[in-house]
Design a protein around this ligand. Sequence first.
Ligand code: PLP
Length: 236
Amino acid sequence: MGRRPARRRVVRRVAVWYLFRDAVTELFPFRHIIPTHQGRAAEKILFSVVGGPGKFVPNNTHFDTTRANVESTGAEAVDLVIAEGRDPRSRHPFKGNLDVDALEAFVRRVGAENVPVVMVTVTNNSGGGQPVSLANLRAVREVCTRYGLALFLDSCRFAENAWFIREREEGQGDRDVADIVRDMAALADGMTMSAKKDPWPISGAVGLQRRRPGRGVPERAHPHRGLPHLRGPGRP
Ligand SMILES: Cc1ncc(COP(=O)(O)O)c(C=O)c1O
């Protein structure tokens, strides 16, 4: 008798996990989704696997927890937002864009083997919540492909970013915001997500398209957070 409520709770949590996974993959169709309680837990898991001394993680601008999680492994967090992103008077429509030339020069200088992931934060919250264009994401993708680098999104305010793309980017005005989000996701090899911002209750996730460079990420999540289907993003 006494065990029934506990079993019901487990069943409910398993059901929530599937709801969460399906909601995330509808927009971010990554092969592996690892739920966490917040974005910072996703970052901790990812960077404790791919970070380490001698590694460098470029980003448009690291959020403070992202920087802390990169640097606590001994790696260096490097901000490469475009110059307009640092100029409060600039009216550039996408002040969160990553400086693609600076990225390429940086990768050449430190060596691609020392750059485990390139991050792009959408929107660029620590730079005033400024959006990143689809054209910029495509250009960053090209650099990553040329140098064999993985591109990860910090997809904290992804819906807002997609909305700005629809409002401001040429040729995007008639599109569904969800389709723009899927285009953003399709350019990435993975993501960390703070899911409490746009659509979902407080939660987070690591998404991986392939196990490389995230080999070991699901295993690292287990001791911190338990099994995925018992972890869940929150209570039903
Ligand atoms: C860009 C960005 N990344 C990561 C985080 C951390 O996520 P969380 O607060 O869910 O731990 C935040 C939170 O505000 C954020 O804005």
